[in-house]
Design a protein around this ligand. Sequence first.
Ligand code: GLU
Length: 303
Amino acid sequence: MRFKKAFAAAGLVAAAALVLTGCNSGSPAAPEGDGGSEPAAASTPWTVEEGVSLEGSPTFDKIQERGKVVIGVKEDQPGLGYFDNVTQERSGFDVDIARWIAASLGMDEDDIKYKAIASANREQAIVNGDVDYYVGTYSINDKRKTEIDFAGPYFITGQGLLVRQGETDFQKLEELNGKTVCSATGSTPIQNIKENFPEIDPQEFDLYSACVENLVNGQVDAVTTDQAILIGYAAQQPEKLMVTSGPVFTEEQYGVGLAKGDDVLRAHINDMFTDGGDVWTKIFDQNLGDSGITVEQPAVDAY
Ligand code: GLU
């Protein structure tokens, strides 16, 4: 609860930029029944389906054999994909999207095994079959599509900047020439800096939380990644960190990463997003409703 309130306060400025990104993101799915499955618990807007069969999906066959679904996630991104060491609870918008997909495959919370996978290792984890699918601020792009497939998009955000509280000099990437900017290895933002901002000194770590630590300690001058991620970090330490009010400078469409060629699973997840009624909105409201972000559910791109 405490987190949610802080999140709301810090997110307001950045939210304005996100609204712009959200405008072209399609319309919410039409409500539809889900065919007589069990009612969801009060806090879970999805239902665990029974008697699911996905003929022709190698991933689903593996899940059935094991009796468990293995999901790749982030666990250091508050509001999106987070594991609380104290309460041992996993939370966030992405985590709930992952749970909703599991439920659509007949798997409830006890049947889920989560694996935290850093940005740089996502494609490999999917290609190796270490995870059945991955949900964690994973931007759909053509390079990644050569190795894996994506269902979705299920969320749209854009690259922004996190700086120390009170910082007035750095509002845009252009103002950080000669300065050190941190992002995660293997991410789209670190690639953007390296390719398009040659005068910025890039610093990378496996995890964004390491970048944030270095920002607080004064080792780097800014952290860049998706604004939705940055808002969560700023909310954790509002007295030390802030998201700049500058507009987002890319469009990041989040997809569910899955094994290349598993078209049956991809279509199943896409249908779930499209026919999911108000489940997406409920998941959004529960996790990001107080953040100030006003993104609508995007239409899926069933390529
Ligand atoms: N959405 C971007 C990406 O997929 C940045 C966030 C992340 O690293 O997960 O690379």
